[in-house]
Design a protein around this ligand. Structure first.
Ligand SMILES: NC(=O)c1ccc[n+]([C@@H]2O[C@H](COP(=O)([O-])OP(=O)(O)OC[C@H]3O[C@@H](n4cnc5c(N)ncnc54)[C@H](O)[C@@H]3O)[C@@H](O)[C@H]2O)c1
Length: 252
């Protein structure tokens, strides 16, 4: 039995990587998908359609309030509702490791604009629609780096710390509207972004895996079960939480 039949889900950053896996996983459970990505999300949309699902791609920079508003309006025009928002879009792998002294103010601001203000803009745009519909689910993508304080990626780790905090604030503010807000904190995952970044050497990946209770590479599919759970009625009494899905690296 499908668990998300006829639900409408916006998945940001679903052109590739973990976001594409989320979009396909939610579609397999019956959700109609809006792929909101600054990159080309046509392939993800076509894959879903070929599997008899429903999907549209709307080119969107999540750091632009105007583009986010237009994307949400398009979602409603196309599918008539917004039940689920997955705030997955972020800059990550391409940042590369840097001592914090080497991070420019401009790069720091860019990471915050996409990784923190992006989810804020998206939540702001969908919450009134979800409230009017009688409820909804927002799932933010954080990172297990927050709980480890991983060095040489200060702007990124700080941005994901803010996502954990934002998840808690939104959960408190939106509880009365029956909107659940939770987060998933993935471990190092073999997404397109990571696979295309030579900085993630086999040695680095091996060392990261060594810290896990389950010592193998994490792939995007490892995150889909938790996502479907948080988007479905199975998690209706859970909000403000951050689930680490990282093979038992961080435990909190
Ligand atoms: N891969 C990992 O190891 C890992 C670990 C922990 C958390 N995460 C988080 O998981 C999420 C997905 O990561 P990934 O590794 O699949 O990344 P990825 O780089 O493979 O894909 C990211 C997607 O986001 C899109 N995007 C970037 N900026 C955008 C913007 N301004 N507006 C709209 N879309 C934008 C990109 O075009 C791309 O399609 C991110 O939030 C990331 O921080 C990843």
């Amino acid at each position: 039995m499908q668990r998300l039949t006829n639900k409408v889900a916006i998945v940001t950053g679903a052109a590739q990587g973990i976001g594409a896996a989320f979009a396909k996983g939610l579609a397999a459970e019956g959700a109609k998908i809006v792929i909101a990505d600054v990159g080309d999300g046509t392939n993800t949309a076509n894959e879903i359609i070929r599997s008899n699902g429903a999907a549209i791609y709307v080119k969107t920079d999540v750091s632009s309030a105007e583009q986010v508003k237009a994307m949400v309006e398009r979602a409603v025009a196309e599918f008539g509702a917004v039940d689920i928002l997955v705030n997955n879009a972020a800059v990550f792998a391409k940042l590369g490791p840097k001592n914090f002294q080497e991070i420019s103010s401009a790069e720091f601001d860019q990471v915050m604009a996409i990784n923190v203000r992006g989810p804020f803009e998206c939540a702001k745009a969908v919450a009134p629609i979800m409230a009017k519909q009688g409820g909804g689910k927002i799932v933010n993508i954080a990172s297990s780096t927050v709980f480890k304080g991983v060095p040489n990626l200060l702007h990124y780790v700080s941005s994901k710390g803010a996502v954990v905090a934002m998840t808690r604030c939104l959960a408190r503010e939106l509880g009365d509207q029956k909107i659940n807000v939770n987060a998933i904190a993935p471990g190092l995952t073999m997404s397109d972004g990571v696979l295309n970044q030579p900085g993630y050497t086999p040695e680095y990946i091996q060392q990261n895996m060594g810290g896990r209770a389950l010592k193998r590479k994490q792939v995007p599919a490892d995150l889909v079960g938790a996502m479907v759970f948080l988007c479905s009625s199975d998690s209706d009494f859970m909000t403000g939480q951050t689930m680490a899905v990282d093979g038992g690296n961080v435990m909190h």
